[in-house]
Design a binder for this molecule. Structure first.
Ligand code: SF4
Ligand code: SF4
Length: 343
């Protein structure tokens, strides 16, 4: 009995939550964080800055406790980051005498190992086979950089390594853009693979592993940043389309192409710096229904804009939608026992 009563309440609460733009943005950011772990720190900082600005502006309403939580989390991130750096430094010091470069190949047990390095455009992964303490083969498993670098500079590096059976530092490839980073990434990948064959090779502590894995992973590369920019644009288009679909009567605002025909027809034309009624349509698209209601007092309801707009927008249409959205907001606020914003 209790569960059947709770179920509709839960669905209503989930529906109300989904109506809030802040919550939806949090969902998008979480999806991006899952898709691109290396961008998590950037995303986290963006969210924290946005939250800090929001709670600072609304401090009269929410008090200062949320700002304190956000500040505490930022301090945790900074302290955690430096603690992880200290651990990384400590482990690197321990690893130094166990280097697998040159004659260090003697420390590597026979076997096949994989390793990852950071190239110019993305990660490079290799598989290295060691037999009788000699490198006998190197296979490239993942590579996103220029094929010409793979064929020339990396090809030469591999030939040298296989001839000597040891990992040797590659010669600098000259001024060719990005080739140095690609070659360094390839070298790092081979070294990371060989390190796995060294007994008792020092590893980072639990906290550093969890912290770096959760918040940083590795430095975001060019592919990640480009993908994030595309994803951000897609999310914004989706968000504004979704919002106009979720709020009754605002669907057409998304189609406004700023032709200003309605402004030409309107006897008001401008109020408080907003072009009438085109500005109301754009505010509706952004979800700022409170501002639309504030400006609605200037509309005389003559209907001229409705007759002129090629896609059927009008001042009265968006004002009526904003009014209904505002009423829904107040109903939600009353049922939850406090005041709330719709978006
Ligand atoms: S209905 Fe309102 S917004 Fe439309 S033309 Fe008349 S005064 Fe302007
Ligand atoms: S006439 Fe319609 S499409 Fe043109 S600016 Fe006004 S609301 Fe937008």
């Amino acid at each position: 009995m209790t569960s059947s009563k709770r179920s509709p309440d839960f669905l209503k609460a989930a529906g109300d939550l989904f109506m809030k733009r802040g919550f939806r943005l949090l969902v998008y950011v979480s999806i991006a964080g899952i898709l691109f772990p290396s961008a998590r720190l950037i995303l986290l900082i963006s969210v924290l800055v946005a939250l800090a600005v929001f709670f600072y502006r609304e401090r009269e309403k929410y008090g200062k406790s949320y700002l304190t939580y956000i500040g505490g989390f930022v301090i945790f991130l900074i302290v955690g980051y430096f603690a992880a750096l200290v651990d990384v430094h400590r482990v690197n010091e321990l690893r130094f005498p166990l280097s697998t470069i040159g004659d260090g190949i003697e420390r590597v047990a026979d076997g096949t190992y994989t390793g990852v390095g950071q190239g110019f455009r993305g990660p490079i992964e290799v598989e290295v086979k060691v037999h009788n303490h000699r490198i006998v083969s190197i296979k490239t498993l993942e590579y996103q950089d220029l094929i010409s670098v793979l064929d020339n500079e990396i090809g030469e590096f591999k030939r040298t390594v296989l001839e000597t059976g040891k990992l040797v530092r590659p010669a600098q490839p000259g001024l060719f853009r990005g080739a140095t980073q690609t070659l360094t990434g390839y070298f790092d990948a081979v070294q990371a693979a060989l390190n796995k064959g060294v007994a008792d090779y020092p590893v980072y502590g639990f906290f550093s592993r969890v912290f770096l894995g959760a918040f940083i992973g590795k430095a975001p590369d060019r592919v990640t940043l480009n993908a994030l920019a595309i994803l951000f644009a897609a999310f914004m288009v989706f968000e504004y389309t979704l919002q106009s679909m979720l709020v009754p009567g605002t669907g057409r605002s998304i189609n406004c192409y700023n032709c200003a025909t309605c402004v030409g027809a309107c006897p008001i034309k401008e109020a408080e710096g907003i072009q009438f009624p085109m500005g109301l349509v754009l505010l509706t698209r952004l979800g700022d229904y409170d501002r639309v209601l504030e400006l609605s007092k200037y509309c005389v309801g003559c209907g001229r804009c409705a007759a002129k707009c090629p896609i059927g927008n009008s001042g009265p249409l968006v004002i009526s939608a904003a009014f209904q959205a505002s009423r829904a907001r107040h109903r939600n606020a009353e049922s939850s026992g406090g005041s709330e914003r719709l978006s």
